[in-house]
Design a protein around this ligand. Structure first.
Ligand code: NAG
Ligand code: NAG
Ligand code: NAG
Ligand code: NAG
Ligand code: NAG
Ligand code: NAG
Ligand code: NAG
Length: 504
């Protein structure tokens, strides 16, 4: 192993992380060739004092991609396949428990690939596979292979993180694409692809964007499901599994330009948008030629929780539903639990209500709704249901849409008949009388501790008083000392056990 070149220039829209000051080379007879294959038994150590944020251990034959240790954020450690010219991680292992960059970690390849932390704890591993070699293909696909088998035992293309690249199949059985901040997901269903918000640790996943394959027939049960693939000609194609019949294309801006040979990726970004990019070698930059959602106000969280997005000719503006004079975001903290506090009486005491005119949500066609309602009926239906956080009503059509997840960004619409009803969780302190069982238990425990302190204080005070009294008396009445000290201790014990007044 030898140290090579410096940091390549960073350009474009990706987060700047200077890559690869260390280049792994195979020493010895074969000469200084970059490592393009790992054999069973391979081990690499991450050095905690490494200054470059990426330590490659394996290169693609075309030299465009490398696989290795990646520093994420301030100090987290992950494994990644990186596009070297841009430092962009095309794939990440994203273990449930991330490593710590400032501590040693080991990558081993025996039964599968395994990332081990300093305490010998496994941070991430490829499950249930046996392989002889690991290679990084020219496509950026990281593949674990067996000598005797043509098919990959494991490949990164089947386990995407937030990005798809050229020729990577995205199927109904693929894990969803998850944005880096873990708030959004892209999933493929039998006949459509959809973007979802993630709430309550993924238990509730409402759709905010959907694209149905034009020529797929949802009602045809014998038709196989669709899969998607990014095409070098500048589109995302949807095909039928098995035959590969093309049933739809999402075409990009460059589709008409006949721009071939460019490397492309499609990434689900932290703002919830799905964007496609191509890499231009001359400009050394990623250029976007597709986004699923074009209007900023249609992004589900453009103004954060309880934000109101006001579309404008120039730029969209954010206001707050709860406080119209507030100018700084976020308007409200993100909610992580619903309003179902216990019995029905409790749940009503858990929230205040905000009503607004001229408001709607961008993705209302994906929300559950009821028709032929009055505004009051619409409100009441939401008020009565503790999983409901809000309702938007269209007085023109009588449609009532329910927001059964924490309120995110709403959209201004210049129509007085469009009204919104939103629940806002009350601050803990103002919910008197609605104390949950947990809170009651904590209060009781605190009362007991307080009681003990009071008792202890009384005892210490008594002892001090006693000592002073004894000292005073000792001069006149010698021999009384023992009798006097044993008495109050017994009193104290009985006081502690019969003490009901402190229990609340
Ligand atoms: C990968 O790229 C290298 C360099 O461009 C080329 O020599 C090699 O044939 C490619 N491998 C495959 C399998 O296409
Ligand atoms: C993607 O799917 C096509 C058609 O099913 C298949 O020929 C190809 O090998 C797949 N690619 C990968 C990388 O699995
Ligand atoms: C259902 O789909 C299959 C496979 O695509 C096709 O052969 C068949 O004709 C379709 N049936 C109907 C009723 O459309
Ligand atoms: C598109 O590119 C291909 C290959 O580079 C070329 O053969 C074809 O003529 C081009 N078509 C147009 C319309 O430019
Ligand atoms: C509204 O926001 C402004 C500015 O942040 C703040 O000063 C004010 O106290 C807020 N009002 C309420 C009722 O929260
Ligand atoms: C709408 O509601 C009204 C009054 O509740 C009822 O008379 C009417 O039949 C309803 N219309 C439809 C289409 O359900
Ligand atoms: C409350 O809303 C949820 C989510 O839409 C729904 O499944 C449930 O049936 C509703 N409960 C009642 C009592 O309406």
């Amino acid at each position: 192993m030898r140290l090579g070149r410096g940091c390549p220039a960073i350009a474009g829209v990706v987060a700047a992380l200077c890559v690869a000051s260390a280049v792994l080379l195979v020493g010895g007879a074969k000469g200084d060739e970059p490592v393009t294959q790992l054999s069973n038994g391979f081990t690499a150590r991450h050095s905690p004092d490494a200054s470059a944020p990426f330590e490659p251990v394996l290169y693609a034959p075309n030299g465009v991609f490398a696989f290795g240790f990646l520093r994420v954020g301030e100090a987290s450690l992950d494994l990644a396949v990186v596009h070297l010219a841009s430092s962009f991680p095309l794939w990440r292992a994203t273990p449930a428990r991330v490593g710590d960059w400032s501590r040693p970690a080991t990558l081993t390849f025996d039964t599968g690939l395994v990332l081990t932390g300093p305490d010998a704890g496994v941070l991430w591993r490829t499950l249930n596979i046996v392989g002889d070699t690991v290679v990084l293909l020219n496509s950026s696909n990281l593949v674990v292979q067996r000598f005797a088998r043509p098919n990959a035992a494991w490949q990164s293309f089947d386990n995407p993180s937030d990005t798809l690249v050229l020729d990577q199949n995205f199927t109904v059985s693929s894990p969803p694409l998850i944005s880096k901040n873990r708030r959004f997901a892209l999933k493929l269903s039998k006949t459509y692809m959809a973007l979802h918000m993630e709430f309550y640790a993924g238990r509730v996943r409402p759709i905010y964007w959907q694209h149905t394959a034009l020529e797929a027939q949802p009602e045809n049960a014998t038709q196989p499901p669709v899969y998607g693939r990014l095409d070098g000609r500048g589109f995302f194609g949807l095909y039928l599994e098995g035959g590969g019949e093309k049933v739809d294309v999402l075409s990009f801006d460059t589709f008409v330009q006949n721009l071939t040979g460019a490397f492309r990726r499609m990434t689900l970004e932290d703002d919830g948008n799905l964007r496609a990019y191509y890499w231009t070698y001359d400009a050394k930059a990623w250029t976007s030629d597709f986004k699923a959602i074009s209007a900023p106000c249609e992004l589900p969280a453009s103004c954060g929780a309880y934000g109101l997005c006001v579309p404008g000719a120039g730029e969209a503006q954010c206001q707050c539903l709860t406080n119209s004079t507030r100018t700084s975001l976020p308007c409200s903290a993100e909610e992580t639990t619903d309003l179902c506090g216990g019995d029905d009486d409790d749940s009503h005491q858990m929230f205040d209500v905000v009503r607004r005119k001229r408001v709607s949500v961008a993705y209302k066609e994906h929300l559950p709704f009821e028709t032929n309602k009055t505004a009051e009926e619409c409100e009441q239906a939401c008020a009565a249901n503790c999983t409901c956080w809000g309702a938007v009503y269209n007085g023109g059509s009588g449609y009532c849409y329910f927001v059964n997840f924490p309120v995110e960004t709403t959209v201004y619409e210049a129509d007085d008949r469009k009204v919104g009803y939103f629940k806002v969780r009350k601050p803990q302190s103002s919910r008197r009388g609605a104390m949950s069982r947990g809170a009651a238990a904590v209060t009781a425990a605190l009362s007991l501790i307080l009681a003990s302190l009071v008792v202890a204080g009384a005892y210490i005070g008594y002892r001090l008083w006693e000592r002073r009294r004894r000292r005073r008396r000792a001069a006149g009445y010698p021999g009384m000392e023992q009798e006097l000290t044993s008495g109050p201790y017994k009193d104290l014990k009985s006081m502690g056990s019969s003490n009901n007044s402190f229990k609340s």
